[in-house]
Design a protein around this ligand. Structure first.
Ligand code: GLC
Ligand code: MG
Length: 580
C-alpha cells in the first residue's frame, strides 16, 4: 500500500511540473536602504537595477520591493499618496520600466508591495473625501462621533485603537467628522464596504500587472474591513479588553483591546480571493507566467490558512508564515522550533499545489543575526532546507545586525509614537539600515556620507565584498544552501524530523527515492554534542560529506566525516549528504 501511495505521488509530480514560485526563493528589498544610485543618501530603483545580478548570485527567483509609490514617507511608503506614480526619491516611471525589463533579462521576478488598507492623508482621494466630493466622499470610514452629554463635546465613535497607539479615530475640522486610521493619523483607512473603492483598487492592480510585475505582496490584510456601522444609530461597538489584561496594561497600546470588530472580518478573505481571480484572469488574457500574491497577516494560524483559499476558491499563493519570527526567540529549543514547524504542516490544506512558506525576517522586526546570536547560519539553513517557499529579508544572508539608533535620531513612526523609555522595543529603524556592500564610504550603499539612516558601525568588518572574497563566510554558506536546495531531495523529497539530545538538536532527513539522501543537523543550544546520525536515520551510511556548515563549526565544506561520531557543536548547523 505504502509503495503504491509513493508511486502515485511521483506520478502526479511528474505530470504537473512545478510552477516558478512553487518551492521558490524570495528576497525582500527595503528600497530606501538597498542601493543609492544618485548620491542623495536614499536608495532608489536604478540602484536596485544595478544589483540585479546579485539576486541571481544568491539564488533568488523573486524579489519583493517594499512600497515604491509616491508617498509623504510618514511610514516610509506605507502611506500611499498616488497608487500610479513612482516616489520621486526612488526614480521615474521610466526607471521602473527599465528595472522590469532588465529583471526579465536577468531572470528575476519583481513583486510590488500593495497597501490596500489605507492611503496617505495627502492622497487626492482623501482631500476630495474631506471636501465631500463624489465619488470620493464615501471612500474612507467617516463618522460623526458621539456627543458627550455632560461636557457637550464630541468624542470618537468607539474605543478602537491604532496599531501605532492611541485612538484610531481622528477628528477633521473641515468635514466635521472623525475618520478611521488603524495605523498613523496620516494613514486614513479606505472604506471597503464601498464597491467603488473595491473597483478602483482592482484597477490599480491591473495597472501594475500591465507594467509587467509578477505579483504583489499585500500589506496589512486583516485590517481591510471593519464591522458595519449600526444601521440605525450609525455607531460602532466598542472592542472588549484583551483577555490577558496583565500582558498589556497601557490603555493607549493597541494590544489593550481584542480586535474583534476591526480585524479578520470574513469579507477580508473574499477580497483576497477576488484579487487572486484578477491575477489569474490577467494571465489568461495576456499570457506569461503566473502572477502571485503574498499576504501579510499577523493573525491566528487558522485565519492565516484561510488566505490560501476555501476549497472552492484560491487565495494567496504565499500567506506569510511568521511563526518562526513571532512564536520562537533566542531562548527557544530545537523542540520549540520543531513544534512550530509541525503546527504549520498540520494546519495546511491537503493539496499538492499548496506550499508551506517560512519567513525569518522583515522590515517590521529586529534582525535575525541579533535575535539569534551566533546562529545566523543555522537559521538560514533551516529556512533554505525546509520544504516550501523561503523568504529572506535583505542583509540576512550576510548576517547584518541591528544598529541601535537613539531616540533623537529615530525616524520610524511606530517608535516615535511610543514612550521614550520603551521606544527601542518598537523601533523598526535598527533593521532598516543601508545594505552593507563593501568597506568604502557608506558601505558602498551611497557615495554620500549622509545616509537616511546611519550605516551599521560594523560595516567595515561585515559586508558583501569581504564575504564574497573570504573562503568561509555567511554569504558562502548561504550560496551553498541555495544551490543544494535545487536538488530533487529538497524540492520534492520527504522531510522526516526528529528532536534529539534533550531538545538541543533538530535533525531531519531530506530524501527522494533515487536521489541523494541529505541530513540537516541543527544544534540550537549552547551544549556541544556528539551524535550518531544513524541512531536517527539508519539508512544513512557511515560516512557523510559536509555540504555546508556554520562558519563557527568544526568541519569544512567537502570534508567526509564519520556519521556515527558526528560533532554537533553548540550553535552550529550542518547539511550533510550520505556517501554511498
Ligand atoms: C504593514 C507593514 C508595516 C506598516 C504597516 C502599515 O504591517 O509591513 O511596515 O507600517 O503595515 O502600513
Ligand atoms: Mg538615491
Amino acid at each position: 500500500m505504502k509503495v503504491f501511495v509513493v508511486l502515485l505521488v511521483f506520478a502526479i509530480g511528474s505530470v504537473c511540473a512545478k510552477d516558478w514560485w512553487e518551492g521558490g526563493n524570495f528576497y525582500q528589498i527595503y528600497p530606501r536602504s538597498f542601493k543609492d544610485s544618485d548620491g542623495d543618501g536614499i536608495g532608489d530603483l536604478n540602484g536596485i537595477a544595478s544589483k540585479l545580478e546579485y539576486f541571481k548570485e544568491i539564488g533568488m527567483d523573486g524579489v519583493w520591493l517594499s512600497p515604491i509609490f509616491k508617498s509623504p514617507m510618514v511610514d516610509f511608503g506605507y502611506d500611499t499618496q498616488d497608487y500610479r506614480e513612482i516616489h520621486p526619491e526612488y526614480g521615474t516611471m521610466e526607471d521602473f520600466e527599465n528595472l522590469i525589463k532588465r529583471a526579465k533579462e536577468v531572470g528575476v521576478k519583481i513583486i510590488l508591495d500593495f497597501v490596500p488598507n489605507h492611503t496617505s492623508d495627502e492622497s487626492e482621494w482623501f482631500k476630495k473625501s474631506i471636501d465631500g466630493i463624489p465619488p470620493y466622499d464615501d471612500f474612507y470610514v467617516w463618522n460623526d462621533g458621539i456627543t458627550n452629554p455632560i461636557t457637550n463635546k464630541k468624542e470618537p465613535p468607539s474605543n478602537w485603537l491604532s496599531a501605532f497607539r492611541y485612538s484610531a479615530w481622528q477628528w477633521n475640522d473641515v468635514r466635521q467628522q472623525y475618520y478611521l486610521h488603524q495605523f498613523a493619523i496620516q494613514q486614513p483607512d479606505l472604506n471597503y464596504r464601498n464597491p467603488l473603492v473595491v473597483k478602483e483598487m482592482k484597477e490599480v492592480l491591473k495597472f501594475w500587472l500591465a507594467k509587467g510585475v509578477s505579483g504583489f505582496r499585500i500589506d496589512a490584510v486583516p485590517f481591510m474591513f471593519e464591522i458595519e456601522a449600526d444601521p440605525i444609530t450609525g455607531g460602532y461597538p466598542n472592542e472588549p479588553r484583551n483577555p490577558t489584561p496583565e500582558s498589556c496594561p497601557d490603555s493607549n497600546d493597541h494590544c489593550y483591546l481584542q480586535h474583534i470588530y476591526t480585524q479578520d472580518q470574513p469579507e477580508t478573505y473574499d477580497m483576497v480571493y477576488q484579487w487572486r481571480e484578477l491575477c489569474e484572469q490577467f494571465k489568461k488574457d495576456h499570457g506569461g507566467d503566473t502572477r502571485i500574491l503574498m499576504t501579510e497577516a499577523y493573525t491566528s494560524l487558522p485565519n492565516i490558512i484561510r488566505y490560501y483559499g476555501n476549497g472552492q476558491r484560491n487565495g494567496s499563493h504565499i500567506p506569510f508564515n511568521f511563526d518562526l519570527i513571532t512564536k520562537v526567540n533566542g531562548a527557544s529549543t530545537a523542540k520549540d522550533f520543531n513544534d512550530r514547524i509541525q503546527e504549520w504542516f498540520d494546519a495546511m490544506p491537503n493539496d499538492s499545489r499548496i506550499y508551506a512558506n517560512w519567513v525569518m525576517g522583515n522590515h517590521d522586526n529586529k534582525r535575525l543575526a541579533s535575535r539569534y546570536k551566533n546562529r545566523a547560519d543555522l537559521i538560514n539553513m533551516l529556512l533554505q532546507t525546509l520544504p516550501g517557499v523561503a523568504v529572506t529579508y535583505y542583509g540576512e544572508e550576510i548576517a547584518m545586525e541591528n544598529q541601535y539608533i537613539d531616540w533623537e535620531h529615530t525616524v520610524d513612526t511606530q517608535a516615535c509614537n511610543a514612550d521614550p523609555a520603551k521606544f527601542d522595543d518598537y523601533s523598526r529603524d535598527p533593521a532598516r539600515t543601508p545594505f552593507q556592500w563593501d568597506s568604502s564610504t557608506s558601505s558602498g550603499f551611497s557615495t554620500n556620507q549622509d545616509t537616511w539612516l546611519p550605516v551599521h558601525e560594523n560595516y567595515k568588518k561585515n559586508n558583501v565584498l569581504l564575504q564574497k572574497r573570504a573562503p568561509i563566510s555567511h554569504l558562502q554558506v548561504f550560496k551553498k544552501l541555495v544551490k543544494v536546495r535545487h536538488e530533487p531531495s529538497f524540492q520534492e523529497g520527504t522531510c522526516i524530523r526528529k528532536v534529539i539530545q534533550n531538545d538541543d538538536i533538530l535533525i531531519y532527513k531530506r530524501e527522494k527515492a533515487g536521489s541523494d539522501k541529505y541530513v540537516v543537523i541543527l544544534n540550537f543550544s549552547s551544549n556541544n554534542r556528539t551524535i550518531n546520525i544513524q541512531d536517527s536515520f539508519p539508512t544513512i551510511s557511515n560516512k557523510v560529506e559536509i555540504i555546508t556548515t556554520s562558519i563557527n563549526g568544526p568541519y569544512t565544506d567537502g570534508e567526509v566525516v564519520d556519521a556515527t561520531k558526528f560533532n554537533a557543536q553548540a550553535n552550529v548547523g550542518t547539511v550533510v549528504v550520505s556517501v554511498n
